[in-house]
Design a protein around this ligand. Structure first.
Ligand SMILES: Cc1ncc(COP(=O)(O)O)c(C=O)c1O
Length: 382
């Protein structure tokens, strides 16, 4: 019997590599492939979760989020961005992967189009298609500094366009978008009556400029869905906790769907997130500088490798070097890097067709391991 539905019998998008067999069979492998960190969550956050679990936070919680966490998120938002967001505009989610899927499931009717700037975080495509939507890709290019072109954006808009997904700083390119781009996107969104789905999960990793939520621009709160997550900003990838700020009818629709998917976000993780927010000034500065140091070190090493090209890093903990000089496809380049140098990275094609000709390095190992990886790369010829 065929158990998989016809609609799921497609070849899925080329995902981010998680090469288990390489990890097992290559003892000196340096893994720069997954956007997860080598650092453990701060011990005070872990202790808070432990203590609260022992107090009884082991049950289902409020489907919209632990009231104390909700209050802490809204307070932090007010302090950091000067905007008072009412409680009914917040939904705590079990990660922003789930969050983005909820947004699409609640926002799209079959055939609705969602603009995605490419290269893009691979999962967006599945999240849009899962909801019956159609992803429409608007390219950005290394040679243009990954700038978002207003003309290309306008050309991609049709009567079916509902929303654009905007990720700042950007995974995989490391690009950072400033006020001018935000204002352009806001202008187009208002004019064409589109929603902006802002994936703002690397906000502590701006190396240039600072985080300005697009929802804070005039007239944008009513059409912006802001996703955030504790995964990257607080090195809490395994805790699976994030949140969404959006107009209340959408929050209610997402909460209803979430009720059928996981009901409430893990209680223990939410208690941990309360502590994380209390420590945000200290941890944000610390993690920002740790990753900035790694990324800048890696960029310096890449500059000395003739077969690679790179823009100066501006945010996140990713680098997205070009490999045109090798004449290889990104998959073949990554295969050879694994075979010849025991380095695991992600082919650019995993991030959409505009990612071809690149590969992604996640600087999620310490400086010593990064140094070793670049020593190996420097010795290669293509
Ligand atoms: C741009 C972007 N959005 C969302 C996510 C998913 O985050 P979470 O761990 O909260 O599901 C990631 C994870 O790599 C990401 O890079």
């Amino acid at each position: 019997m065929e158990l998989v539905a016809k609609r799921r019998q497609k070849q899925g998008p080329e995902g981010i590599s998680y090469n288990k067999s390489a990890k097992q069979s290559i003892p000196d492998l340096i893994d720069l492939s997954v956007g997860d960190t080598d650092l453990i969550t701060d011990s005070r956050i872990i202790e808070r979760a432990r203590a609260d679990a022992l107090k009884g936070y082991t049950h289902y919680g409020d489907p919209k989020g632990d009231p104390e966490l909700a209050e802490a998120i809204l307070r932090a938002w007010r302090e950091d961005h000067g905007e008072s967001v009412p409680g009914e505009q917040l939904l705590v989610t079990a990660s922003s992967c789930l969050g983005m899927a909820l947004v699409m499931l609640a926002m799209l009717d079959p055939g609705d189009e969602v603009i995605i700037f490419s290269p893009y975080f691979s999962v967006y495509r599945e999240q849009v298609e899962l909801a019956g939507g159609k992803p429409v890709f608007v390219p950005t290019y290394q040679q243009e500094g990954y700038a978002i072109s207003e003309r290309r954006l306008r050309d991609a808009i049709t009567p079916r366009t509902r929303a654009m997904i905007f990720n700042n700083p950007n995974n995989p390119t490391g690009a950072v978008y400033g006020r001018e781009t935000l204002e352009m996107l806001a202008r187009v969104a208002r004019e064409k009556d589109l929603a902006v789905v802002a994936d703002d999960i690397y906000t502590y990793y701006f190396f240039e400029g600072e985080y300005l939520p697009i929802r804070c621009l005039p007239g944008m709160a009513e059409r912006t869905v802001t996703l955030n997550s504790f995964s990257k900003n607080f090195l809490m990838t395994g805790w699976r906790v994030g949140y969404i700020i959006a107009p209340s009818p959408l929050i209610q629709a997402m909460s209803d769907i979430n009720g059928a998917l996981c009901y409430s976000t893990p209680s223990i993780s939410q208690r941990a997130a309360i502590e994380a927010l209390a420590l945000r000034a200290e941890l944000g500065a610390c993690y920002g500088s740790v990753y900035r140091q790694r990324v800048e070190y890696a960029a310096g090493r890449i500059a000395a490798i003739p077969y690679l090209s790179l823009l100066p890093p501006r945010g996140t903990f990713y680098l997205f070097p070009g490999i045109e000089a090798t004449g290889l496809s990104s998959r073949e380049f990554c295969r050879q890097l694994l075979e010849k140098a025991h380095i695991l990275v992600t082919p650019g094609s995993a991030f959409g067709s505009e990612g071809e000709g690149h590969f992604r390095i996640a600087c999620t190992v310490g400086l010593d391991a990064l140094g070793e990886a670049f020593d190996r790369m420097q010795g290669l010829k293509f």
